[in-house]
Design a protein around this ligand. Structure first.
Ligand code: ADP
Ligand code: MG
Length: 519
C-alpha cells in the first residue's frame, strides 16, 4: 500500500463518533420532546405553527405539533416517530409518549457521564419497561367498562383542549353515543364513525348524525330539499346523451331537422329519467355530470339528484345505504337501490351538505362538529378523533387506569421497589427509568402552575398512605387526590403503548455511537 491513505467513505461524508455522536443525538431528541412538554395535560398550552406558506395550525396535540414542525435531525425524527406510532396504535397519549422518550434520553445522558455502558443502560431500560407494564396492568380498574366509565374516559381525553364553547361533558356524551352505535360483537367498528367539520355556528351545535354527511349540493334548485323513506341510486356515470351535442353530430340544413334532433335528444334524456323513476329511485347520486335538461325533468318528478359526486362520497353513501353502484343508468336495477329514512340538503353559510340519515344508513354515524372558525373546528376534530380512539381502546384493548399521573406514580414506585434486587450498574439504569417516568406527573404539576418538586413529594407520600395519588387539575390549581373519585380515567393501552414506544426510541438512540452522514 506504500503509505497511501485509504478512503472508505466519500470525502463529503460527515462522520461523528463516540461521545460526540451520543451527545448530539441525545440533545436533539431531548429538544424535540421538550418542545411539546408545555402542552401536556388539561392545563397545557396550545402551539401556533406557521408553515412556509403562512398556513396556521393552532393545536395542543403532540403528534400534530411534531408533524407540523418538519424536523430533519435523524435522532429528533425518531421522537417524532414515537408520537406517530402512538397516534396510529392508540390514537392518544402522543405528548405523554414523546415527553417520556425525551426524559429517558436525559437520564441516559447522566448515566453515560457516570460511565455506565450504553448496553447496560439499554438492558436496564428494557427491564424497567417490563416492570412498568406490570404496574400498569395492576392499575387496571376491576369494574366493568360501562357507559359511565366510557364517558369519563372520553371527557378526560378532551379536558383542556380548545374545543370552543362546548363543555367536554356534552362532547363526551356525543362520542360515547357514536361508539355505542358502531359497537359489534367483534369490537368497535371505528371506521364506521366519521368526524365532519363545518364552520359557522357554535361548537355547542356539535351533534351526532345517524348516517353520513357528504359535501354535495342538489343538482337543480327545484328539486325537493328533503326526501323521506328514500330509495337511493348511486350511478358511476354521467346522466347525459351518449353521443355529443347537436352541432358536432348533425348536419343541419333545415329548421325541421333541428327540431328533430332536439326531440331525439330529449327522448334519450327522458328515457334515463324514466328508467330512474321506474326502478323506484327517489334520490340519485351520480359521479358524473347530469345534463341540464335531465335535471329539470328529475326536478319535475320530485327526484332529488346530485352530480359530480366524489368517489369517496359515493363509496360511503353506497356503504351506508346498502346501494350497489351501477355503471350507468342503463345498468341500474331495482335491487341496486339503497335506502335511508331521509335524505336532505342543508345550507351552512356558503356550503350545502347532503345528510343521508336513518334506515340502513344508520350503521355508519357521523359526528358533525361545528365551530365559529376553521381553527376551532380543526382542533375540535382532533379532540373528537382522540376521544373516539380512547373510548375504542378502553372497550377493546384492556380497560382503564387512573389518570392525572396516578398510574405513573404507581409504576415508578414499583420499578424502584424491584430495582433494589437488581445487581450491578444495571440497577442504576432501572432507577433512572423510574425517575424518567416521574417527568409525567412533574410536568402535569408544572403546567398547572405548581412547584413540580413539591408536587412530586406530596404525590409520593399520598401514594404511600393511600395506594393511589394523582395530580388533579381543578379550576386554577392542582390538588393531590384520587383521580378515580374525580372521574379522570385513561385507557390502559395508551399508557402501555407510551412506555413501549418511548423505550424503543430512547434505547435505539442510546445505542448509536457513530453517525455517518452522506453529503
Ligand atoms: P397526550 O397527548 O399525552 O394525550 P394530553 O394533553 O391529552 O396529552 O394530556 C393527557 C394527560 O392529562 C393524561 O395523563 C390524563 O390523565 C391527564 N388529565 C386529563 N384530565 C385531567 C385532570 N382533570 N386533572 C389532571 N390530569 C388530567
Ligand atoms: Mg390526550
Amino acid at each position: 500500500m506504500g503509505g497511501q491513505p485509504m478512503f472508505i467513505l466519500n470525502e463529503d461524508s460527515q462522520r461523528t463518533e463516540g461521545k460526540d455522536a451520543q451527545t448530539s443525538n441525545i440533545s436533539a431528541g431531548k429538544a424535540i420532546s421538550e418542545s411539546v412538554r408545555t402542552t401536556l395535560g388539561p392545563r397545557g398550552m396550545d402551539k401556533m405553527l406557521v408553515s412556509d406558506s403562512g398556513d396556521v395550525v393552532i393545536t395542543n396535540d403532540g403528534a400534530t405539533i411534531l408533524e407540523e414542525m418538519e424536523i430533519e435531525h435523524p435522532a429528533a425524527q425518531m421522537i417524532v416517530e414515537v408520537a406517530q406510532t402512538q397516534e396510529e396504535e392508540v390514537g392518544d397519549g402522543t405528548t405523554t409518549a414523546s415527553v417520556l422518550a425525551g426524559e429517558l434520553l436525559k437520564q441516559a445522558e447522566d448515566l453515560l457521564d457516570d460511565d455506565v455502558h450504553p448496553t447496560t443502560i439499554v438492558e436496564g431500560y428494557h427491564e424497567a419497561a417490563s416492570l412498568a407494564q406490570d404496574a400498569i396492568d395492576a392499575e387496571v380498574l376491576d369494574a366493568d367498562v360501562d357507559e359511565e366509565t366510557l364517558r369519563k374516559v372520553a371527557e378526560t381525553s378532551m379536558t383542556g383542549k380548545g374545543t370552543g364553547d362546548v363543555a367536554a361533558e356534552d362532547l363526551a356524551e356525543t362520542v360515547v353515543g357514536a361508539i355505542q352505535h358502531v359497537e359489534a360483537d367483534a369490537g368497535v367498528v371505528r371506521n364506521n364513525i366519521t368526524v365532519r367539520t363545518q364552520t359557522g355556528g357554535s361548537s355547542s351545535a356539535t351533534e351526532l348524525v345517524e348516517g353520513v354527511i357528504v359535501d354535495e349540493e342538489a343538482a337543480h334548485e327545484n328539486m325537493p330539499r328533503s326526501v323521506e323513506n328514500a330509495a337511493i341510486a348511486v350511478v358511476d356515470n354521467d346522466v347525459d346523451l351518449k353521443e355529443s351535442s347537436i352541432d358536432a353530430e348533425y348536419n343541419i340544413t333545415e329548421v325541421d331537422q333541428l327540431d328533430q334532433a332536439i326531440e331525439a335528444e330529449e327522448k334519450e334524456l327522458r328515457s334515463y329519467v324514466d328508467k330512474l323513476e321506474d326502478v323506484g329511485a327517489k334520490v340519485v347520486f351520480a359521479t358524473g355530470d347530469i345534463a341540464d335538461r335531465a335535471k329539470a325533468f328529475l326536478a319535475k318528478r320530485g327526484i332529488l339528484a346530485f352530480e359530480s359526486v366524489g368517489d369517496d362520497d359515493a363509496k360511503s353513501i353506497a356503504n351506508a345505504t346498502g346501494a350497489s353502484r351501477a355503471g350507468s343508468v342503463d345498468d341500474l336495477e331495482a335491487a341496486d337501490l339503497g335506502e335511508a329514512d331521509e335524505v336532505s340538503v342543508e345550507k351552512f353559510s356558503d356550503d350545502e351538505l347532503a345528510f343521508v340519515e336513518g334506515g340502513a344508513a344508520a350503521e355508519a354515524v357521523t359526528v358533525f362538529a361545528r365551530g365559529g372558525t376553521e381553527h376551532v373546528t380543526d382542533e375540535l376534530e382532533r379532540a373528537l378523533n382522540d376521544s373516539l380512539d380512547v373510548v375504542t381502546a378502553a372497550l377493546d384493548q384492556g380497560g382503564v387506569v387512573p389518570g392525572a399521573g396516578a398510574t405513573e406514580i404507581a409504576a415508578a414506585a414499583h420499578i424502584r421497589d424491584e430495582a433494589a434486587s437488581i445487581e450491578g450498574r444495571k440497577q442504576l439504569a432501572v432507577e433512572a427509568f423510574a425517575d424518567a417516568v416521574d417527568v409525567l406527573p412533574r410536568t402535569l404539576a408544572a403546567n398547572t402552575g405548581m412547584d413540580p418538586i413539591d408536587a412530586l413529594v406530596d404525590l409520593r407520600s399520598e401514594f404511600e398512605n393511600e395506594g393511589i395519588a394523582g395530580l388533579i387539575s381543578e379550576g386554577q390549581t392542582g390538588i393531590v387526590g384520587n383521580p378515580i373519585e374525580y372521574g379522570i380515567l385513561d385507557p390502559a393501552a395508551v399508557k402501555q403503548e407510551a412506555v413501549e414506544s418511548a423505550t424503543e426510541a430512547a434505547t435505539m438512540i442510546v445505542r448509536i455511537d457513530d453517525v455517518i452522514a452522506a453529503e
